[in-house]
Design a protein around this ligand. Structure first.
Ligand code: HEC
Length: 145
């Protein structure tokens, strides 16, 4: 009997560790996806200034950076990462198929922009990518003040 109890205690302790670990992982991924999103926004603003002719520079470099990092968007929103310091709406998980569709669409638009970045289609492809960001934020991110 004594042995059984101590086993239960050990097991309980282990489970507590595992769930605390999982929680920490979720906090890390929330921070991570925010940083990745901020990086997207930085490259979008920089590329936008170039394709709109406000500054000289390589839209292609920013487009390549976007294409390389706008990869597994939906993967940055695993189940359980819906609490705490996040502006993601519950719809990210409750309307998952549509969320994933919008993520894939944005990924495809980033690739298309990278292909077009050096040429005459750059501004149009940039705009399409930018719209794909907004299309997702509208349904899946808390309104920004
Ligand atoms: C498939 C949906 C989706 C797409 C596509 C998407 N985002 Fe987001 N984005 C989100 C969600 C959801 C959040 C909220 C994340 C959080 O707070 O956990 C977010 C957050 C952000 C943030 C705020 C980060 C912070 O510090 O809180 C920025 C900036 C951003 N996105 C920029 C972009 C840009 C630029 C693009 C397009 C290149 C883009 N996003 C594409 C869903 C998306």
């Amino acid at each position: 009997m004594k042995r059984k109890i101590s086993k239960a205690v050990v097991l309980g302790g282990l489970l507590a560790c595992v769930s605390a670990g999982a929680l920490a992982d979720e906090e890390e991924i929330i921070k991570y996806r925010k940083n990745v999103m901020k990086a997207y926004a930085g490259h979008m603003a920089a590329a936008g200034a170039i394709v709109q002719g406000k500054v000289k520079g390589s839209a292609l470099n920013h487009a390549k950076a976007l294409e390389a990092t706008v990869q597994d968007m939906a993967g940055m929103f695993p189940a359980g990462s819906d609490f705490g310091e996040t502006n993601a709406l519950d719809t990210v998980w409750s309307k998952r198929a549509d969320f994933e569709k919008k993520a894939k669409d944005s990924q495809a638009k980033a690739a298309a922009f990278a292909k077009a970045a050096g040429g005459g289609e750059a501004a149009a492809k940039f705009k399409e990518l930018s719209e794909s960001c907004k299309a997702c934020h509208k349904d899946y991110r808390k309104e920004q003040k």
